[in-house]
Design a protein around this ligand. Structure first.
Ligand SMILES: [Zn+2]
Length: 319
């Protein structure tokens, strides 16, 4: 890895290349991981270290942008493999890394037990004394780098981004869209990620502004790799998030509930993907479109959840 890194490690998530990355930063004889993906990624992460001539004892930090399991599911196992590492995490995420029961329960609810086991295996807890909570705006000096952590809501309430001043880059987790390399043939194809249970379109828009306001030259979303066309990417994300806002309003005021609510968002999200992909140049038969299938369903579920949450809050307020 050049001193300007980072090393991009393909986590082979769901058995696909170019879906989820972990990033390896090197500082002299020390290293830091950003993201861990799942337990299944552990061999890829350790191989990435080995390729740099580093061993697990030299890993100083393991950083999670947030605790969704395609980012944090492997943290317990990686922490066990790297005995000198400290886990850096958002205060809302920390308790769940120390005590993963709730995390397992809520992910099982989304994926079902069988798929959960296949995707994530057994989540290992991280000892509390090895977990460090990062505050909003906190700067960590790591060798010659200054890593600045800043909170970004919208995708999840336990999300932060990291600005690395040496790389002039922001590690954006899931707050600067999902942009799979396989889908970039016709120009930047990017979409927001709006899964249950925290998705908030207004906050997601603010987080994009926050990321751009850093003024960095490049952004590394976890899904996947380097983005340099920041203005163009942000414009596409803003446009889609505005659509999401309009759909949320429409579903809410139409009083849609239960199956009708779910179906409304599946149709909207799927239709929007199909339209944008086709207008870019993808054919309807293009196999690569399948890469987005899980994301389409998760986005639709997250939007439906946001409507239910809004109603629930209003009922609470009126009670
Ligand atoms: Zn996520």
């Amino acid at each position: 890895m050049s001193s300007l890194g980072p090393k991009v490690i393909d986590c082979d998530y769901t058995g696909h290349q170019g879906v989820a990355a972990a990033y390896l930063l090197r500082e002299g004889d020390e290293a830091a991981f950003i993201e861990t993906n799942t337990n299944l990624a552990l061999p890829h992460l350790l191989k990435g270290l080995e390729e740099e001539g580093l061993n697990p004892e030299q890993v100083r930090y393991i950083i999670l942008t947030h605790i969704h399991l395609d980012h944090a599911g492997g943290a317990g196992a990686l922490m066990q493999a790297c005995p000198h590492a400290t886990l850096l995490v958002h205060p809302r995420g920390a308790p769940h890394m120390i005590q993963p029961d709730k995390l397992i329960a809520s992910a099982t609810q989304i994926y079902g037990e069988e798929q959960f086991a296949a995707l994530y295996g057994t989540l290992l807890p991280v000892p509390a004394e090895r977990v460090r909570i990062m505050e909003d705006g906190e700067v960590l000096v790591f060798g010659a780098r200054r890593l600045r952590f800043f909170y970004t809501r919208g995708h999840a309430n336990h999300h932060f981004c990291i600005h690395d001043d040496a790389l002039d880059a922001v590690f954006a987790g899931d707050n600067f869209g999902i942009t799979y390399p396989a889908l970039q043939e016709y120009g930047r194809f990017v979409f927001p990620s709006s899964p249950p249970t925290d998705f908030d379109a207004d906050a997601a828009l603010q987080s994009i502004d926050k990321i751009l306001a850093v003024g960095a030259k490049r952004v590394f979303p976890t899904h996947y790799g380097e983005v340099r066309e920041l203005a163009e990417t942000a414009a596409s994300l803003r446009e889609q998030l505005s659509l999401y806002q309009a759909w949320l309003e429409e579903a809410y005021s139409a009083g849609l509930a239960e199956d009708a609510l779910d179906a409304f968002f599946v149709e909207k999200v799927r239709g929007e993907f199909a339209q944008r992909m086709t207008s870019l140049g993808f054919s309807l038969e293009d196999e690569r479109r399948k890469l987005c299938e899980i994301d389409i369903m998760l986005n639709a579920q997250g939007l439906a959840f946001a409507v239910k949450k809004r109603r629930f809050k209003e009922q609470q307020a009126n009670a």
